[in-house]
Design a binder for this molecule. Structure first.
Ligand code: ZN
Length: 76
């Protein structure tokens, strides 16, 4: 398991699966370092879009929190 390496499409380095994110950058396509760099580059290119993305995450988290609170209030 641990000796399985995957080649990052961006930097071309062979890295273990633990050095990859499963989500935002596509499954095991970019290593974490490249993912962070890509996100920074995306932010510099289009700060508003990235900000809105983060705002969306926060709103979703807040909605989940509200739902949890409501669930508590409605529960026994
Ligand atoms: Zn990489």
């Amino acid at each position: 398991m641990t000796d399985q390496l995957r080649r990052c499409k961006t930097c071309g380095t062979f890295k273990p699966f633990t050095d990859y994110y499963k989500g935002p950058c596509g499954a095991f396509v970019r290593c974490k370092a490249c993912c962070i760099l890509a996100r920074k580059a995306a932010y510099q290119k289009n700060p508003e879009y990235t900000k809105n993305l983060v705002r969306g995450y926060r709103a979703a988290a807040k909605a989940r929190g509200l739902a949890a609170t409501l669930g508590d209030a409605l529960g026994p």
